[in-house]
Design a protein around this ligand. Structure first.
Ligand SMILES: *Cc1c(COP(=O)(O)O)cnc(C)c1O
Length: 403
């Protein structure tokens, strides 16, 4: 990644503004150098995706085109407890159209006593709202619970209701294999600095299904970089969009953050989402096993993430009880980068790209140490079963071809 950034500095030093046209990767068409890999991540055709801006900006741009309330069809259906930025974006879009968020936003919450949503409840709610729904706007993976929603079922229900369907895939892109084209989603947005490892403030990704990308009359907020490439520099009046998702670009690419993103995308391409998912299923199952084992020794970390592997990526959210923050600090001090969410949740995400089975095992050990310190009277030792499983898995890891 450092090399890629230095290359761009060198390009700038040697060519100045001519870097737009010269060198291995001229800046002018730079976004195209990321299309194939981005399409792989999204399960899309290369023309259906583009890298630009950042997530929330892109969500607004997509909603300008795809949230077009008309008469009695004006509602947006979303999951309750969506990431705050999505809530604010949706709320402000609703107000922008002169509507009241209290009536225009429908939030679907888990049943009483449950932590996650049932697909049947999502589908039923969309059916109930039916003709009043303009847009179904769901997360792919809920950032808090780690639940991966049944996206094709949501697309189907939304379309049956006559609505458009868009997704925020911030926690799904690079975490789970996606098939946005085949699922028929209308649009999707995601960021590149979570599972896609592209560094702070990295650029966002956008998917627009080809049935919309081919429609130049679709209303949008336009900029010169979305203008038809062949005649962009004639600088004429009257916006003529590029075909595909590229027609939503506003500005020329931020080369340094795009360069970092490209390095990461190339790694995903090389590893392949299918292989990563295969390892991820095992790695997260192993973490689940370690936690279950801790619980069987008298502890009570509740995993609020669904235990059905099809309904989650690599993240497990642990409800820790009152001593959770101490445990979190202990883990952080020992080099485990996890995430604390108020009031008592630790998010753990063994990432298949770079985490190893052994590290999950070490995390288990680290938790035990903390428990021993905190509750010295309880004698807990890493049980043999855990050791055995760990050894097996390490061996298994070695046998995976590349990953
Ligand atoms: C991280 C995240 C965001 C933040 O997006 P930025 O605009 O890139 O800061 C928005 N939505 C979700 C679901 C996220 O997880």
């Amino acid at each position: 990644m450092e090399r890629a950034l230095l290359d761009e500095l060198e390009q700038w030093r040697s060519h100045g503004v001519e870097g737009h046209f010269r060198g291995k990767m001229p800046w002018m068409p730079y976004h195209q150098f990321l299309s194939e890999q981005t399409a792989h991540i999204a399960g899309a055709k290369p023309e259906e995706v583009v890298v630009m801006n950042t997530l929330t900006t892109n969500l607004h741009l997509m909603m300008v085109s795809f949230y077009r309330p008309q008469g009695s069809r004006f509602k947006i259906i979303m999951e309750a407890g969506a990431f705050p930025s999505d809530q604010y974006a949706v709320e402000s879009q609703v107000r922008y159209h002169g509507l009241d968020p209290a009536t225009a936003i429908v939030e679907i919450a888990p049943r009483a006593g449950e932590d996650t949503l049932r697909t049947e409840d999502i589908v039923r709610r969309i059916e109930e709202e039916g003709p009043s729904t303009a847009l179904v706007m769901f997360g792919g993976v809920n950032y808090y619970t780690g639940q991966f929603f049944d996206l094709p079922a949501i697309v189907e229900a939304g379309h049956r209701a006559g609505a458009l369907v868009g997704f925020d895939l911030a926690h799904a892109a690079g975490n789970l294999p996606l098939q946005l084209h085949d699922w028929g989603a209308d649009f999707a947005v995601w960021c590149s600095y979570k599972y896609l490892n592209s560094g702070p403030g990295g650029p966002g990704g956008v998917f627009v299904h080809e049935r919309h990308g081919a429609n130049p009359d679709l209303p949008r907020f336009a900029g010169w970089w979305g203008y038809d490439e062949g005649s962009r520099f004639l600088m004429q009046k009257g916006f003529r969009p590029m075909q595909g998702a590229a027609g939503w670009q506003l500005s020329n690419a931020q080369i340094f953050s795009f360069a970092a993103h490209k390095v990461s995308l190339d790694l995903f391409m090389e590893a392949g989402m299918k292989n990563l998912r295969e390892k991820s299923l095992k790695l997260t199952a192993y973490l689940e096993f370690i936690i279950a084992d801790l619980n069987s020794r008298g502890h009570h970390y509740k995993i609020i993430t669904p235990n059905d592997p099809a309904q989650r990526g690599c993240q497990l959210s642990l409800q820790t009880g009152p001593d959770g923050k101490k445990l979190f600090d202990h883990l952080t001090q020992h080099g485990f980068i996890c995430d604390w969410r108020e009031p008592d949740v630790i998010r753990l995400a063994p990432v298949p790209m770079y985490n190893r089975f052994e590290e999950v095992w070490e995390l288990g050990r680290c938790v035990i140490k903390e428990i021993k310190t905190a509750y010295g009277k309880i004698n807990i030792d890493l049980p043999q079963a855990v050791e055995r499983f760990a050894t097996d898995s390490v061996e298994h890891e070695k046998s995976l071809s590349l990953w």
